[in-house]
Design a protein around this ligand. Structure first.
Ligand code: ACO
Length: 330
């Protein structure tokens, strides 16, 4: 890497499924109502994959947009990271399928599993690869297609999630214009708060795992909520301090979109104004690793993200995992 440069996001892209499910549609499937979902989570509708839409197809679509905007050919990529918990299949990695779709044959490609924090984990890895000089251009995709592993008979979870993909290209930019700090965190003692019991090598698919509905997400929402409100703020403050900054220096916050109440709580503690915070949960629900990159891409298009602004990114998810980053926008 050139002296005086650092990793930075140079472009964004997104791809969302066509089909929408509104809260009113869900009222016909489970015992819930629009009012409960809106007041408890802030969600009004979500997208779900149908037809030919898959994790890798959404990933490739979002990536082509990001690559075109970056002016970088797929062959110039050194690495493709697909942050996801819903790969197309167990083997091979979705990143290799995406590599083939894009024709990015010089790139090392791998999936990264960190629940809804996947994008920020990938961001930390990509930043360090670029800063070390080991990679020049990295495509980072945050993508999840949760609808096939959501239990549509469980009102505690099925109202919360949605599908989507967001992609960013990270490259070396002038120092003072890119990433200032990032950090990943995990606490495996809380693994049982959010998990899918069957389908891995411990409990492979059998007729029993299917009849027990073991291939669907199980979540202790209350405990995840309590955890999230603390770590969202604490981790961001820690990373701001690593960057030599405070919450007052932030122009924009791009938080994980799991629950509007969690976002609002964090903003209050950080003393951020509503217009400083990217929110799209009402339209998409919780898209896991896709939430932040999709929000960034929409904010670029809407002119909310401007060159030179200081942006905070923060997320939490299954694991439990959490992470934060602070970057200047290019
Ligand atoms: N419609 C109507 N009632 C419902 C629904 C629903 N969809 N879901 C639950 N309820 C009921 C519950 O059964 C409960 O009834 P009870 O008191 O008779 O038992 C009541 O509503 C209250 O439930 P709570 O769990 O107390 O509701 P809470 O205010 O905690 O909100 C929620 C639930 C929205 C799940 C919240 O806890 C939350 O958002 N938690 C965080 C979840 C999260 O962020 N997960 C993603 C992690 S990221 C990743 O890696 C995928």
């Amino acid at each position: 890497m050139k002296k005086g440069s650092t990793a930075g996001i140079i472009s964004t892209g997104r791809a969302l499924p066509v089909a929408k499910i509104t809260n009113h549609d869900l009222e016909k499937i489970v015992d819930t109502n629009d009012e409960w979902i809106k007041t408890r989570s802030g969600i009004e509708e979500r997208r779900i994959i149908t037809g030919d839409e898959t994790n890798s197809e959404l990933s490739a679509r979002a990536s082509r947009i990001a690559l075109e905007r970056a002016g970088i050919s797929p062959a110039a990529l050194d690495m493709i990271i697909v942050a996801t918990v819903t790969p197309d299949q167990i083997l091979p990695s979705t990143a290799c399928i995406v590599q083939n779709k894009l024709g990015a044959f010089n790139a090392a490609a791998f999936d990264l599993v960190a629940g809804c924090t996947g994008f920020l984990y990938g961001f930390d890895v990509a930043t360090r690869y670029i800063n070390s000089g080991a990679a020049k251009h990295i495509l980072l995709i945050g993508v999840d297609t949760l609808s096939p592993i959501v239990d549509w008979q469980d009102r505690n979870t099925c109202v919360l999630f949605g599908d989507g993909a967001g992609a960013v290209v990270l490259s070396a930019v002038d120092e003072g214009r890119g990433v200032l700090a990032s950090k990943m965190f995990s606490d495996g003692t809380k693994a049982n708060l959010l998990y899918v019991p069957a389908g891995g090598s411990t409990r492979p698919a059998t007729q029993q795992t299917v009849s027990q509905r073991g291939h669907y997400i199980k979540m202790n929402g209350k405990e995840v909520f309590k955890f999230a409100v603390t770590v969202m703020v604490d981790s961001l403050l820690e990373v701001l301090s690593l960057a030599g900054k405070t919450a007052e220096d932030l122009d924009i916050l791009a938080p994980h979109q799991a629950n509007l109440r969690i976002i609002n709580f964090a903003c209050k503690r950080l003393k951020l104004k509503p217009e400083q915070v990217l929110v799209n949960i009402h339209r998409y629900g919780n898209m896991s690793s896709a939430a932040i990159p999709v929000a960034l891409d929409e904010a670029v298009e809407e002119g909310k993200l401007q060159a030179g602004q200081l942006v905070g990114l923060v997320s939490f998810g299954a694991g439990l995992t959490w992470g934060a980053a602070v970057t200047y926008w290019q």
